[in-house]
Design a protein around this ligand. Sequence first.
Ligand code: PLP
Length: 400
Amino acid sequence: MTNPYSWVDSSLEAIRKANWYRSVRTIDSRPGAVVEMEGRSLLNFASNDYLGLAGDDRLIAAAVEATRRWGTGSTGSRLLSGHRSLHRDLERAIADFKQTEDALVFSSGYLANLGTIAALVGKRDLIFADRYNHSSLKSGAILSGATVREYPHNNVTELKLQLQQWRSHYRRCLILTDSVFSMDGDICPLPQLLDLSEEFESMLLIDEAHATGVLGATGAGSPEHFGLRHRPLIQMGTLSKALGSLGGYVAGSAPLIDYLRNRSASWIYTTGLSPADTAAALEAIAILKQEPQRLVKLRQNVTHLQQFISEKLTISEENAERRSPKLLPSGSPILCVQLDDPALVLSVGDRLKENGILASAVRPPTVPTSRLRITVMATHETSHLQQLVESLVEILRTPR
Ligand SMILES: *Cc1c(COP(=O)(O)O)cnc(C)c1O
């Protein structure tokens, strides 16, 4: 008899051998621009807490107060015993923020994508998906049972050709895209995608995980950024990045949201969002409205860091050939410095950490080319940005 679980060990071994093994890193402090890790203070360029709200005293107070009033758990699914007025308050606040008719909150952004995509399309339908889409969009597409066709990243010409060729063979059609791409930082061509969705009678769902609280004059996301807030569109997003809490949402027309309440399995058959998470997200939206300077500061930081990187990082002569770093195009606080060699990107990440800086080394197969992924926060100081760039320049100049 062989042990039916023995494959786990051999798979782990294979993962280790391929250098794909991953493990968690423990942070021992509140989230912020500076965090404690392994007994040291590190400058944090690896967080999605763009506005610095996850450690804000007001969000913490709102979560504590909601826990005192409503308890720790919501005890059931929303349609049974798990619905509180707090949930509805949050959904109204999201709809107001997004200027949509209604919104629905899920237990996470990942679950929002699974449940929404699987409710919108099925076996007789067609999905077009950007090749660089987030894992949750890809999983939702597979779960739905629809035919999935990927198009090259942000390539609307190719998407149009595919729509011309395939759209008429299927009942419904759904186009899926990140609005800010999580591993690249660039933005989807929303105006052209909206035009195509109308021309080919297709639904369009954008994943606003890295756009909510980040893009647009009030932080409402990419439709606001492009001045296209009133076109028909399905917007999903998360409460766990710029909004500093946990949970996901879908915002759109009232009938769409009503339909999801009746047909989205990952919303119906799961426990309602906890009172603490709900209250924290509600507080974050209120703060975003009261403190527009957070967004201003975030954008200034992004511009400054882009300037520092392009001034300092590319000029150095030692950076010839394969070591030559390239700043990938970005329209967001996600800035990626491409370094073509995966081993180099890992060692740069390690050496940054030795220098007291946390940034993510991202390699294939997660992304097509190795890169250092840097995320900027509104709460970074200019000296933090300078320290990052000086450290990077020094590391790239002195190979080990
Ligand atoms: C983080 C992320 C999600 C998932 O959101 P969670 O609330 O963390 O589950 C979905 N899509 C994109 C693009 C993301 O970056």
